[in-house]
Design a protein around this ligand. Structure first.
Ligand SMILES: Cc1cc2nc3c(=O)[nH]c(=O)nc-3n(C[C@H](O)[C@H](O)[C@H](O)COP(=O)(O)O)c2cc1C
Length: 324
């Protein structure tokens, strides 16, 4: 069986099965476009609060704006009240996203203390009610992203996946770490393999995909249907194109040259400043530039300037000097 194949989630047919994970503060519209251009089959928005939609939170506007060029897109919602979640799913169903994903994996205390995100892994019955209610209301395929378990050493993923399937989920994405681990330690791919065996809906594996060869290893160890990249693609959208080439040819392509990285930073900065305005866009570019240039030899001085840059013009000047 080919590792790279066209994955269908409900009635949504993807070209390929390499997926950009939802990452708050990272996977905004400009970044999703860059990943799509490099071969991502499906991109996820940052997580969006159902309560935020209910209260008309202004910040939501930028989070759910979707460009036709990046579709298909999964919009990720989080929340803990089945009725409110279903009402919000119904309210937004005419928007131009393709799949509605429910976040049941977020580990941050602010979210967990509200009973949202990974806290739902502790309450299977409530999680099931949310998935059922949202699936009935969304008018689009509903997927669920969750973890291995909640507490240290807990492994409830198989039970959770079966519950999600029984309540109408069209696919699940499994991150092989517990909530206690946050992002530390190695992701447990055995639990992903166990979930794959336990359900009929497509299973997307997530955790520690940093190099093209990792996808092949994950496939061999788990047999999953799709592969979700997160930290590995920050400042590195080429991971999509390099993985595709590797899986087609068996040869691991070289990493991008300095020139290509510089062009990507510039394009990213232009898109981001157009989308969020120069003040916010350039400040957010400081963080992305840090990822783009991490590991670059002899770039300490440039990295220092990039993390203080104030304007697009200034950024262009730094990048021009880097080229010389
Ligand atoms: C900065 C950051 C933000 C994240 N935001 C979200 C989010 O909004 N929704 C979500 O389901 N997961 C979120 N995640 C988790 C990732 O989607 C992914 O599950 C996790 O990073 C494990 O994959 P990795 O080992 O390849 O990084 C976030 C992770 C990071 C590092």
């Amino acid at each position: 069986m080919d590792i790279l194949r066209d994955l269908s989630i409900g009635n949504v047919k993807l070209k390929g099965n390499l997926i950009l994970a939802p990452m708050a503060g990272v996977t905004d519209l400009p970044y999703r476009i860059l990943c799509k251009e490099k071969g991502a089959s499906l991109v996820y928005t940052e997580m969006i609060s159902a309560k935020g939609i209910y209260y008309g939170n202004k910040n939501t506007e930028k989070l759910w704006e979707i460009d036709e060029a990046e579709r298909p897109v999964a919009l990720q919602l989080f929340g803990s009240e089945p009725e409110l979640m279903a009402d919000m799913a119904a309210k937004i169903k005419e928007r131009n996203f393709d799949i509605l994903d429910i976040n049941m994996g977020c580990p941050v205390p602010k979210v967990v203390n509200n009973g949202e995100g990974s806290a739902l892994m502790k309450d299977l019955s409530l999680a099931g009610k949310i998935i059922r209610a949202v699936s009935d209301a969304a008018g689009k395929p509903v997927t669920v992203k969750f973890r291995k378990g909640f507490g240290a050493g807990e492994n409830t993923a198989v039970e959770f996946a079966k519950m999600a399937e029984a309540n109408g989920a069209a696919a699940v994405a499994v991150h092989g770490r517990t909530r206690s681990q946050m992002y530390k330690g190695q992701a447990d791919w055995q639990v992903i393999a166990d979930v794959k065996k336990a359900v009929k809906i497509p299973v997307i594996g997530n955790g520690d995909l940093f190099e093209p060869e990792d996808v092949k290893r994950m496939y061999e160890q788990t047999g999953v249907d799709g592969f979700m990249f997160a930290r590995g693609v920050r400042g590195n959208p080429w991971l999509f194109s390099r993985t595709i080439e590797y899986l087609k040819t068996g040869i691991v392509p070289a990493k991008p040259e300095m020139e290509e990285i510089i062009s990507m930073i510039l394009r990213h900065a232009k898109l981001l400043t157009q989308f969020k305005g120069e003040y916010t866009g350039i400040r957010e570019m400081r963080m992305h530039s840090g990822w783009y240039t991490s590991g670059m030899k002899h770039a300490a001085g440039f990295r220092n300037s990039l993390c203080r840059v104030e304007t697009l013009e200034e950024l262009k000047k730094i990048l021009t000097t880097m080229k010389k």
